[in-house]
Ligand binder design. Structure first.
Ligand code: GLU
Length: 307
């Protein structure tokens, strides 16, 4: 891409072209607090070597939700090593939904991968610390280094999920029963609900995308995690990051990406860009409809695909 390329204009035009897609989706309602989001919101941010470009609702805060699974996995890989992580979680994609319980009993007695809820909860149990606060600090500390600002959680989303997350509770107790979860179940769930409630905006996600795109280097040039941990996480993002829509996304956009039910999508274009979208109206698989349409368009213009 030539150095004078007008990224700001591209983002603005793409947003205008795609924003009607918000009408095709619905906000998540299974976490009561998420129902309050405005389904018409749409934003896109691109982090480049020349800085951040953005258009639309990029400074509206929302909870990180499933995108947080990237951070707990990075922390577990760094603190416990890949062998300990893969003893508790597999590395195969699934055609089931992110919160499905069905394979836990019939597959190898461990969650298929760390991007579905069961896998992420198992990964959370590996994060060291003598209290939830201490364990959570490992996650926030890394995120604070990436974003260069203090991290807060959305208390209302946290309480809402803690009160109503019966299916996650079921997954966690089942895991405990089959020896797949270390430590106290309620403490692990508390950690999982906290990480899902971390507040970010679309611009933050683009910065995180760039951190992954540069193999774990901060904006100031400091390595924050090992390149191998980033490689593993990025691979999971390609195979499982967009729920059971990951295959189609790999064909249409072709980058490591992770979405969350609050409407964010974070993408990393290796060596080039961090890219992110926000739009709380979701498709049936839980991915932001406007986000996917924007990323498809940008991938065509900027030639994102790694394949
Ligand atoms: N906190 C959500 C849950 O556990 C995260 C799901 C998601 O974003 O995919 O159900």
């Amino acid at each position: 891409m030539n150095i004078a390329f007008d990224y700001g204009r591209l983002l603005e035009e793409t947003l205008q072209e795609c924003k009607h897609h918000t009408e095709r989706g619905h906000v998540a309602t299974y976490i009561p607090e998420l129902k309050k989001a405005d389904p018409k919101m749409a934003g896109v941010a691109l982090m480049t070597a020349r800085g951040l470009f953005e258009a639309g609702d990029t400074r509206v805060q929302f909870s990180l939700q499933s995108i947080s699974k990237i951070f707990s996995l990075l922390v577990a890989l760094e603190q416990r090593g890949a062998e300990a992580v893969f003893a508790k979680v597999g590395s195969e994609p699934t055609g089931d939904s992110f919160n499905s319980i069905v394979k836990l009993e019939t597959s190898e007695q461990k969650p298929l991968n760390p991007m579905i809820n069961a896998g992420a909860i198992a990964v959370c149990s590996l994060i060291p610390g003598s209290s939830v606060e201490e364990r959570f600090a490992h996650i926030t500390c890394l995120l604070e280094q990436v974003l260069g600002r203090p991290i807060e959680i959305d208390e209302a989303v946290y309480s809402s999920e803690k009160e109503t997350g019966h299916r996650n509770r079921a997954l966690a107790y089942f895991l405990k029963d089959i020896g797949g979860l270390e430590g106290d179940v309620e403490e692990v769930l508390d950690l999982y609900f906290r990480q899902c409630s971390i507040l970010v905006d679309c611009a933050d996600l683009a910065r995180i995308g760039m951190f992954l795109a540069t193999k774990g280097i901060s904006e100031a040039g400091t390595p924050l995690v090992s390149a191998n941990a980033v490689r593993l996480v990025s691979t999971f993002m390609v195979t499982c990051g967009m729920y059971n829509g990951s295959g189609e996304f790999a064909i249409q956009v072709g980058i490591p990406a992770k979405s969350g039910v609050s409407g964010g999508i974070l993408g990393a274009v290796p060596g080039q860009y961090g890219v992110a979208t926000f739009g709380p109206a979701l498709d049936r698989k839980g991915n932001s409809v406007v986000g996917i349409s924007i990323l498809k368009r940008l991938s065509e213009v900027l030639d994102f695909s790694i394949f």
